[in-house]
Ligand binder design. Structure first.
Ligand SMILES: NC(=O)c1ccc[n+]([C@@H]2O[C@H](COP(=O)([O-])OP(=O)(O)OC[C@H]3O[C@@H](n4cnc5c(N)ncnc54)[C@H](O)[C@@H]3O)[C@@H](O)[C@H]2O)c1
Length: 270
């Protein structure tokens, strides 16, 4: 028996992407719009208005709202405004995050730890709380949470970031347990090194070391993450649920190289 596989479409869906003013969030919002979704872009930065405007200029349905995901009141008001503009949210991409707290555990300031947890972890919880009720009523929803490979492997001098990203995995799995029966999927994407504005701004020696540690010997592209998000957001992706999906060119594998000296020093196959 042969089955026909129709092309993926998000027509008729409303997708809300946080952290959509730039980087992975912005590219993801574009990808979802290109697949036919009406997109709601949220961010603290004013550039989010310009990002939505650029999509509208290309004929897509796109609206923007500025709010801090760490503030539950602002999230509630912001999501209500977006819902009034484009309709009930069926797809949530919780992507907003900060890395602002670089220090060893022994020296990390409490306030910095708390702010990073508040945005990266509690922010996702606030967003889910704001959209999950109508998803349950509609018996359909897709939640994609952008975590990080740091959730599994930790990150030197970034305990708050790694802990916040690991916390998201517990949130994602619990949402699946509670809501898979309501037609809702919730998955975590764990990027490795993706060539965003932030990564491009890193010192060249850090960039090169990161590439050498990545078996694919390159950074990922924002579009590659956006494609993965769009599959998880689609009808077709609905049975994938509660998963941790690494998109990292193999970085998580560690790959202690006991092969040839050339492989160790040049990162290439002999
Ligand atoms: N770039 C990478 O290599 C990489 C690797 C692993 C994980 N990630 C994750 O991918 C996601 C996107 O990363 P990026 O590199 O595009 O980041 P980015 O810093 O370029 O974009 C993040 C966006 O989130 C917004 N934001 C920050 N705090 C906010 C708040 N309190 N409320 C609302 N919006 C807020 C920022 O203004 C920004 O527009 C993040 O969750 C990040 O942790 C990125």
């Amino acid at each position: 028996m042969s089955a026909t596989l129709s092309p993926m479409s998000l027509t008729g869906k409303v997708a809300l992407v946080t952290g959509a003013a730039r980087g992975i969030g912005r590219v993801t919002a574009r990808r979802l719009a290109e697949l036919g979704a009406a997109v709601a872009l949220a961010d603290v930065l004013p550039e989010v208005e310009e990002a939505a405007g650029a999509l509208r200029d290309e004929g897509h349905t796109a609206v923007a709202a500025r709010f801090d995901v760490a503030d539950p009141g602002a999230v509630g008001a912001g999501v209500t405004a977006l819902r009034n503009a484009v309709g009930e949210v069926g797809i949530l991409v919780s992507n907003a995050a900060i890395v602002a707290n670089i220090a060893p555990v022994a020296k990390m300031a409490h306030a910095s730890w708390e702010r990073e947890l508040a945005i990266n972890l509690t922010g996702a919880f606030n967003m889910v709380q704001a959209v999950i009720g109508p998803m349950v009523e509609q018996r359909w929803g897709r939640i994609v949470v952008i975590s990080s490979g740091a959730a599994q492997g930790g990150l030197h001098n970034q305990a708050a970031y790694a802990a916040s990203k690991a916390g998201l995995l517990g949130l994602v799995k619990t949402i699946t347990l509670e809501h898979a029966r309501h037609g809702i999927s919730c998955n975590a994407i764990l990027p490795g090194m993706i060539e965003t504005e932030n990564v491009r701004a890193m010192p060249i020696e850090i960039r090169e070391a990161a590439i050498q540690q990545t078996p694919a010997r390159r950074f990922g592209r924002m579009e590659e993450v956006a494609h993965l998000v769009s599959f998880l957001a689609s009808e077709e992706g609905g049975f994938l649920n509660g998963a941790e999906i690494n998109i990292d060119g193999g970085l998580r594998l560690g790959g202690l190289a006991l092969g040839s000296r050339r492989e160790l020093t040049q990162g290439g196959r002999p």
